[in-house]
Design a protein around this ligand. Structure first.
Ligand SMILES: [Zn+2]
Length: 391
């Protein structure tokens, strides 16, 4: 009889059996990963601070810009208010946010951006396909939502804000997204609403070193060519995730004021992903801005006091013209506030006795200063700032 133990050749059957078991186990794990939505673990933080009428007025009148959200990593349709996560169009509106950066991460981020969300197979092996897919998805959501637009200039952000329209723009997390180091793809990014590009993300790459990598690794020759092409196209440098040497090299090369879209400060919370005082000074010396995160590794505790402690240290070092919001919402973190809860931060700033002028700068005017400086200098050259394609 087939399958009788005494007829089976010794050895291979248990191996075959183990292989089958391992295959089954892997399939079950993949199924569980796809079926169980990790987003349910990221409930929005409950409101903790009562927002006064004065803070509400100030917040509403101010232009509010956040420099980093990873909302494209998740399955959500941003047109719907979700129970989980931190950003969607209704919550941006509720939180008085006028412009939100939507990051384009193209490393496999805990498998979320491809495996879990069942992105098309083309995105599984190609970082560039992952970036393109995220831009396509966001454009489709924006087309279907009249109160939200992609903005390419600072003037557009102001115009949109005056009309009650939310502006979105992109930042690229890691130039490894460019296939085979093809710098000509940067033109497409600029045209599709990317304002800044970070040379590195969570690993050293062909362009430079990241904060947790080899500290001796600076900007590579390809990294220098990247900066030159970004300068030509008017793409701002984002030093987020860069190691100190790469950051210093890149800040010296950029033609525009640099941005650090999301970070904390080492002096307040010693962590490899945070900026040293020298890094803060280098960014400020070039007229740049530093977006302070609302949670994650950058902070010891995800609360409003800690966010303000990082901001206060930067203000002591370089003044309040160089501080901005860099929440890192939806970036696998538990933040102090979600998009709808942002007025609590304005309330906390007022309670610290900060002037309304300082608060307006940090909420958005500092970013607009950098952005309009970029626009002005591009306009001086032939062609002007990147134009929006016909909608
Ligand atoms: Zn990041």
């Amino acid at each position: 009889m087939r399958g009788e133990p005494q007829n089976r050749p010794p050895g291979p059957a248990p191996r075959r059996c183990r292989r089958r078991l391992a295959g089954l186990l892997a399939a079950a794990m993949l199924l569980a990963f796809v079926a169980v939505d990790p987003e349910a673990c990221f409930d929005p933080p409950a409101p903790r601070i009562e927002v006064s009428a004065r803070a509400r007025r100030l917040h509403e009148a101010a232009i509010v810009i956040d420099l980093h959200a990873d909302s494209m990593l998740w399955r959500r349709d941003l047109r719907q208010q979700a129970r989980h996560g931190h950003v969607d169009f209704p919550r941006l509106r509720a939180g008085g946010i006028d412009a939100q950066a939507i990051a384009l991460a193209s490393m496999w981020v805990i498998g979320l951006n491809a495996a879990h969300n069942l992105w098309p197979p083309a995105t599984w092996w190609s970082p560039w396909a992952r970036v393109s897919y995220q831009m396509d998805r966001l454009e489709a959501m924006v087309r279907a939502e009249p109160g939200v637009r992609l903005a390419r200039t600072a003037a557009e952000v102001r115009r949109n804000a005056a009309a009650g329209v939310i502006s979105l723009f992109h930042g690229v997390e890691g130039a490894h997204a460019l296939p085979d180091g093809d710098l000509e793809r940067l033109a497409e990014l600029a045209q599709r609403g990317v304002l800044y590009v970070a040379p590195v993300h969570m690993a050293d790459n062909a362009y430079g070193g990241h904060g947790g990598g080899d500290p001796a690794r600076g900007l590579t020759p390809l990294g220098r060519r990247l900066l030159e092409r970004m300068n030509e196209l008017g793409l701002l440098l984002d030093t987020a995730h860069a190691g100190s040497r790469t950051l210093q090299d890149a800040v010296a090369l950029t033609a525009f004021p640099p941005i650090n879209s999301h970070t904390g400060l080492k002096a307040v919370h010693e962590h490899w992903r945070n900026l040293s005082d020298d890094d803060v000074r280098a960014i400020a010396a070039r007229g740049g801005v530093i977006g302070i995160m609302f949670g994650g590794m950058a902070l010891a505790e995800p609360n409003v006091d800690e966010v303000l402690a990082h901001m206060e240290h930067a203000i002591r070092l370089v003044g309040d013209e160089h501080v901005a919001l860099g929440s890192d919402w939806d970036g696998w973190i538990r933040p102090a506030v979600d998009a709808a809860g942002l007025p609590q931060l304005t309330e906390a700033m007022l309670r610290r006795g900060w002037s309304e002028e300082r608060i307006r700068r940090i909420l958005g005017e500092n970013v607009l200063r950098v952005w309009s400086e970029r626009d002005r200098r591009l306009a001086e050259r032939q062609g002007g700032p990147p134009q929006a394609p016909a909608r």
